[in-house]
Design a protein around this ligand. Structure first.
Ligand SMILES: [Zn+2]
Length: 439
């Protein structure tokens, strides 16, 4: 007889806790966290186990500062239950699942393979290893026939769900309990863990934990946290700061509607009477961009004012070019595969755009009406996909901040008429013809 799944046991140890306490000031904690994260981020790719341990140490240290029962901060099960219960992490998990399709795919793959078994138990009970090339479901059924005790698999309610013939719920508490099991395996899985089928969970578990938790870090540790005004300008919105408030009074109705959609998608806040009402003063830019990525459409041809149809990383650049008097027809951020580029309405506009954008650092090449990111320069990172996308946002921000001056400049450049006749060549004495000019 199948029992009703008792999901409550995933967080039972957390008592009546709803959310971890998040102290505003905690320099000591962040110093500690920073040192672990440095190791988590620096260790090279194949040292997944080491990286996981570093991330886990940082997360647990953070959690220990936020629990109710200080006497139990060395009790890892208690800390894990508190983390699984935390409403903010749960909400963020749900949001990421909603707006980020890569995240969603990762979670689905992870949870479809659930539960994660305790490697030591598998070995002791001669269940054998799961071969990742084989059906996970059949392996799970076989393992459950050996009647594992609580603690031998996670989530703890997995067997109930399987027996009730239902899917394991896609939520933070179920996923986190699996992540915690991955960590126990890492410490207690023994020598065989390295080649164990259960090790397949290691990298996704680490990635999920990092994705969800990292937004807790203060801005000093995460450099991509930006003010809302900057985030909006970089994405092409006509935003302005007036009396410490961000107003979109100058923005078009269509873009305001689009912004409202983005704010709702990421649970950032809302727009009321053209004033932005925000939940947080800063935003982690990659999170904002993911909301944009999941919400914008695309169009072959479009009005350069209409942000909803433009590529995530190109909308700002194109919008601001348009605002300073350089029209465009088409743009593409390359989607991390190709180089970002845009097509201006005519060759002169393309040359003008490249000339302006190259003022600080030469990085764009015009060819006909097309202006393409060249990705050159002394920094070899400039050619990496993530870096060139970031540069498009930087270029947008630069245009936005200097838009008044640049607008005047573009207008002036357009008034400078082209020479009607080719300039006369310098008179050259006949005797020296064919020789190199002397310097
Ligand atoms: Zn459950």
């Amino acid at each position: 007889m199948a029992e009703k799944p008792e999901c409550a046991k995933l967080t039972a140890e957390a008592g009546d806790l709803l959310a971890l306490n998040r102290p505003a000031e905690n320099a000591e904690l962040w110093d500690f966290v920073r040192s672990w994260l440095r190791r988590f981020q620096k260790t090279d790719g194949d040292k997944a186990a080491e990286r996981f341990v570093c991330l886990w140490a940082a997360v647990l240290a953070w959690a220990a500062k936020g629990v109710k029962d200080i006497g139990r901060i060395l009790d890892e099960v208690y800390l894990a239950h508190c983390l699984a219960r935390d409403q903010k992490l749960a909400e963020r998990f749900a949001n990421l699942y909603k707006i980020d399709k890569d995240f969603r795919k990762r979670i689905e793959r992870f949870i479809t393979a659930a539960p994660v078994f305790q490697v030591a138990w598998l070995q002791k009970n001669a269940v054998g290893e799961w071969d990742p090339g084989q059906d996970r479901r059949a392996f799970i059924v076989k393992a459950f026939e050996k009647d594992p005790l609580a603690g031998a698999f996670a989530p703890a309610c997995a067997r109930d769900h399987v027996q009730a013939d239902e899917k394991i719920p896609v939520d933070w508490e179920h996923v986190f309990s699996m992540i915690a099991q991955v960590r126990y395996n890492l410490f207690h899985g023994g020598k065989n863990y390295r080649n164990s089928g259960e090790r397949q969970f290691l990298e996704p578990a680490m990635a999920i934990l990092w994705e969800v938790w990292r937004f807790e870090l203060p801005s000093g540790i995460l450099l991509s946290r930006v003010s809302w005004l900057r985030a909006l300008l970089r994405s092409g919105f006509l935003a302005q700061e007036v009396d410490n408030k961000i107003t979109l009074a100058e923005e078009t109705e269509a873009n305001k509607k689009y912004l409202q959609k983005l704010l709702a998608a990421g649970h950032f806040g809302t727009l009321k009477n053209n004033i932005l009402l925000l939940n947080e003063p800063y935003v982690e830019e990659s999170y904002w961009l993911r909301a944009v990525d999941s919400s914008h459409g695309s169009a072959e041809m479009g009005n350069a004012d209409d942000l909803a149809i433009m590529d995530t990383h190109m909308a700002g650049l194109v919008r601001w070019l348009n605002q300073i008097g350089i029209g465009t027809e088409l743009s593409c951020d390359g989607h991390g595969e190709k180089k970002p580029s845009f097509i201006a309405i005519d060759e002169e506009s393309a040359r003008l755009a490249a000339w302006l954008l190259n003022f600080r650092v030469p990085q764009f090449n015009p060819s006909g009406k097309t202006v393409k990111y060249a990705g050159a320069g002394p920094n070899p990172n400039a050619a990496k996909p993530a870096e060139r996308l970031r540069r498009m946002l930087d270029a947008a921000e630069w245009l936005a901040k200097n838009r008044d001056d640049l607008k005047v400049m573009v207008a002036a450049m357009r008034r400078v008429s082209a020479p009607k006749t080719p300039p006369k060549p310098e008179p050259v004495p006949t005797r020296e013809q064919g020789l190199k000019p002397k310097s």
